[in-house]
Design a protein around this ligand. Structure first.
Ligand code: AMP
Ligand code: MG
Length: 331
C-alpha cells in the first residue's frame, strides 16, 4: 500500500509518500520563513496556496510515481491554524475523490510520535514532543496517548521564535539561537518555571525581553549569552520533567520528536539523563523532525490498516484537537 500524506498545520506545506513497510519514498516541503517578525496566519495560508502544486509534483517526481499509483490519502486534520489546515484538507478531499481512493484525517501531534517510533524501533516510549505550538510528554496507556506533562502556556518552539523575534532573528529562530548559544558559556540567571510535571515559558520570554531592552545589553552580556542561557534553562526544564515521567512509570525508552528535536543541546541533555537512568534514548532523524508529509502518510497507513477512514463530510479541520482525545486503534 502506498499513502500520500499532506501536512499544512502552520508554517510548512509538505507532502510525503510512504509505503506500508515504513519506507519513505519521497518527502518534500515548502516552509514559510521571514527575515524578521513571526508567522502571520494569512501569509502562511497564501504561501500554501502558492506552493501546493509545486510540492505535489516535486514529491511524485522524487518517488517516481504517478497519482494513479497512490492507494490512500492522509492529511493533518488538526491541531493547527484553521486557514492553513483547510488548504491541506481541500487538497486531500479533492485527490481522494478524483482518484476514488480512501481518505484519512489524522492528528498531527500523534503523527510526530508514530514517525519517531518507526525510525527508532521503540515499542512503548515516553515521548518528549517538542515543536512550535506544542510541547508535551506522552506515553501510551489504556487506548490513548496520555499526557504526563505539558506546557501551560506556549510551546518551546514558539518560545524560541518569540525570543528570536525580540533579537530580530526572523522565523524560524530555533536553529539560529542554537548557533549563537555555541559561542557563549556565560549563564545569565532566568526564571526556572516548572510546576510538578508541567512547565511554562512565557515568564522566561518576558525576562529575556527585559534583558534585551536593558541598558546593560551588549555591555554586561551579549545576545550569545542570552541564547546560551535561554537554551540551558528551557532544555533543563524539559529534561527534568521527562526524567520525572520516566521515574514514575515503568518505561524503558525515551523518544524525542518534533521540530525542536533537531537541537543538539536538547538531545545531549536527554541522552545523558537516559544513560544515568539506564533507559534507551533516540531522536527522530532531522528530515522527519519538523512538520512534514511523510509522518502524515505513515500515520494514515497505521490508522487505515486498523480500519479507519473518513468520508469527506467527516474531515472538518480542528484547530484544537488534543493528542489525548484520539482513540488509538492501531496499537
Ligand atoms: P515544528 O512545528 O514541529 O515543525 O517545529 C518548528 C519549530 O522548531 C520552530 O519553532 C523552530 O524554531 C524549531 N526548531 C527548528 N530547528 C531547531 C533547532 N535546531 N533548535 C531549536 N529549535 C529548532
Ligand atoms: Mg508539528
Amino acid at each position: 500500500m502506498i499513502c500520500l500524506g499532506i501536512e499544512s498545520t502552520a508554517h510548512t506545506f509538505g507532502i510525503g509518500i510512504m509505503n506500508d513497510s515504513g519506507k519513505v519514498l519521497a518527502n518534500k516541503k515548502a516552509t514559510f520563513t521571514t527575515e524578521s517578525g513571526g508567522i502571520q496566519p494569512s501569509k502562511a495560508t497564501q504561501h500554501h496556496y502558492l506552493f501546493w502544486e509545486f510540492v505535489l509534483k516535486d514529491t511524485l517526481k522524487k518517488a517516481k510515481l504517478k497519482l494513479s499509483d497512490i492507494d490512500l490519502i492522509a492529511f493533518s486534520q488538526g491541531p493547527g491554524l484553521g486557514a492553513c489546515l483547510r488548504v491541506g484538507a481541500v487538497l486531500a478531499r479533492t485527490l481522494s475523490s478524483k482518484l476514488s481512493i480512501p481518505l484519512v484525517g489524522v492528528n498531527h501531534c500523534i503523527a510526530h510520535i508514530e514517525i519517531g517510533k518507526l525510525t527508532s524501533g521503540f515499542k512503548d516510549p515516553i515521548t518528549l514532543y517538542t515543536s512550535g505550538a506544542n510541547t508535551q510528554i506522552l506515553a501510551f496507556a489504556s487506548g490513548k496517548y496520555r499526557l504526563f506533562g505539558e506546557t501551560l502556556d506556549i510551546g518551546v518552539g514558539n518560545f524560541l521564535d518569540s525570543f528570536g523575534r525580540d533579537l530580530g532573528l526572523g522565523f524560524p529562530a530555533g536553529p539560529k539561537i542554537e548557533q549563537f548559544a555555541k559561542k557563549s558559556k556565560k549563564y545569565i540567571e532566568l526564571p526556572y518555571t516548572i510546576k510538578g510535571m508541567d512547565f511554562a515559558f512565557s515568564g522566561i520570554q518576558t525576562k529575556l525581553r527585559q534583558l534585551i531592552n536593558s541598558k546593560d545589553f551588549n555591555k554586561d552580556y551579549t545576545k550569545e549569552d542570552l541564547c546560551y542561557s535561554a537554551q540551558e534553562t528551557v532544555y533543563a526544564i524539559l529534561t527534568e520533567a521527562t526524567e520525572r515521567a520516566i521515574a514514575h512509570i515503568n518505561k524503558q525508552e525515551i523518544l524525542l520528536t518534533g521540530g525542536v528535536a533537531a537541537n543538539k543541546r536538547l538531545q545531549k541533555m536527554l541522552s545523558t539523563m537516559a544513560k544515568d537512568r539506564e533507559v534507551r534514548f533516540d531522536t527522530v532523524p532531522f528530515p522527519l523532525a519538523g512538520d512534514n508529509g511523510a509522518m502524515i502518510a505513515w500515520q494514515g497507513i497505521l490508522e487505515y490498516k486498523a480500519g479507519r477512514s473518513h468520508k469527506p463530510k467527516e474531515t472538518k479541520v480542528s484547530q484544537t484537537w488534543r493528542t489525548d482525545q484520539v482513540d488509538v486503534n492501531w496499537i
